[in-house]
Design a protein. Structure first.
Length: 143
């Protein structure tokens, strides 16, 4: 008699699109609407570079559009801060590694995160003023 496979529940994997929407919603509360300046001189925006190659990839490259740009930019006091969002099993592409390494060497703060609490921690570490409307769960805030 064949033995049945054991059924196990697993946590759902949050796709990057859902994660980016969650982070964007939080940044609207914490800083300001996308592309708008907060009362403390901070702003943020996302870059949509889905289907980077497109139908005519050469046209994008000649305009300076490169693969590997991070998902979100936060600007404060004349400095850019870059956030790359990765789903639970996402990995950086070679292009992303190259862009993020170049940004780091240029002195730009970079965070590669897979959840909202880590985004908020990055903002706090960088000294980006936020409204603190979105709180970190107590167990995560203590780690």
């Amino acid at each position: 008699m064949a033995r049945r496979a054991t059924f196990r529940l697993t946590a759902p994997v949050v796709p990057e699109h859902s994660l980016q929407k969650q982070v964007a919603d939080a940044l609207r509360l914490e800083i300001a609407p996308a592309g708008k300046l907060s009362a403390h001189g901070a702003m943020w925006f996302s870059v949509d570079h889905a289907n980077f190659a497109g139908e005519v990839p050469g046209l994008r490259l000649t305009r300076g559009i490169v693969a590997g740009l991070p998902d979100m930019f936060v600007l404060h006091r004349g400095k850019a801060h870059l956030i790359e969002l990765k789903g639970a099993y996402g990995m950086l592409s070679d292009a992303q590694k190259s862009v993020l390494a170049a940004a780091t060497l240029a002195g730009v703060p970079v965070a590669v995160v897979d959840n909202l609490p880590d985004v908020l921690r990055a903002l706090d570490a960088w000294g980006i003023p936020r409204a603190r409307r979105v709180n970190l769960p107590l167990t995560e805030a203590l780690t």
